[in-house]
Design a protein around this ligand. Structure first.
Ligand SMILES: Cc1cc2nc3c(=O)[nH]c(=O)nc-3n(C[C@H](O)[C@H](O)[C@H](O)COP(=O)(O)O)c2cc1C
Length: 236
């Protein structure tokens, strides 16, 4: 049985195609999960809405607590880290993470950044030892065979590698860097573009993204097949 962790990060609560002013990234992530459930009905799905219920941003107390060795922590430190611990537990349990993540000002939404800051935890998801030979830090989730699917949406177009706005895309490259730092290297990405243009361009992009989601579900849901992939838009 696979454990799938479904995340959404859009500030828009509804889904495009169903709700007025709904979110495309929520539409894509819901589609992925619905198709996954059809292909693998016995799998466990856990949902977390980072857009509607963002985790607390890290604070000075959080940093103090996180960098205090567990055996030396005072009770207040455990309290401060409780939310982060719960998020890390969910991530550790997940075999497949499916994240709907829009582009806000060329980066990830604040709720998703808060999530990242809470799951990058010394001693839980990465190791750190100043006295270590070579690099003082190392990923702790390597060899756990975790996979990540990033389903994005952007108002403009041309953010894929090699395209006109590629250098301004700090969404998928950032997510790949962070999850790679933890040891999750198997990352797949599909994005809708042209939200601000609307009309036919947007419809074509949505159609292509949905077709690609179907193919990705088929590929990932079949145990024998594995595919390492790149983050690319839906309109190539
Ligand atoms: C606060 C904010 C910032 C945005 N910044 C960008 C941006 O930098 N580049 C871009 O192409 N689109 C930008 N957009 C447009 C969104 O990426 C687009 O509307 C996308 O569809 C939002 O995702 P959603 O449909 O899942 O809510 C921005 C939208 C908002 C609300």
């Amino acid at each position: 049985m696979t454990s799938l962790l479904h995340l959404d990060a859009s500030a828009r609560p509804g889904r495009s195609g169903i709700d007025p002013h709904g979110s495309h990234s929520r539409r894509l992530s819901a589609r992925f999960v619905e198709q996954w459930q059809k292909a693998r009905p016995g799998d466990r799905i856990l949902y977390r809405d980072l857009g509607q219920h963002p985790p607390h941003p890290v604070s000075g107390e959080w940093i103090h607590a996180a960098f205090t060795k567990p055996e030396a922590r005072e009770p207040w430190m455990h309290d401060v880290l409780a939310e982060s611990d719960a998020l890390v537990d969910e991530l550790l349990e997940a075999d497949l993470i499916v994240a709907g993540v829009p582009m806000y000002n060329f980066g990830v939404p604040a709720g998703f950044k808060a999530y990242i800051d809470n799951i990058v935890r010394v001693g839980r998801t990465f190791g750190f030892d100043r006295s270590r030979q070579g690099l003082p830090y190392w990923p702790m989730l390597t060899d756990m065979h975790k996979r990540l699917v990033v389903l994005g949406s952007r108002g403009d177009y041309g953010y894929a590698p090699g395209e006109r706005m590629a250098q301004a895309n700090h969404v998928e490259p950032h997510i790949r860097t962070v999850f790679g730092y933890l040891g999750i290297e198997d990352v797949h990405g599909i994005a809708v573009e042209y939200d601000e243009f609307g009309g036919e361009h947007l419809q074509v992009s949505l159609d292509q993204a949905e077709r690609r989601i179907g193919a990705l579900v088929e590929s990932l849901a079949t145990p024998q097949k594995t595919s390492r992939n790149i983050v690319a838009p839906s309109h190539d």
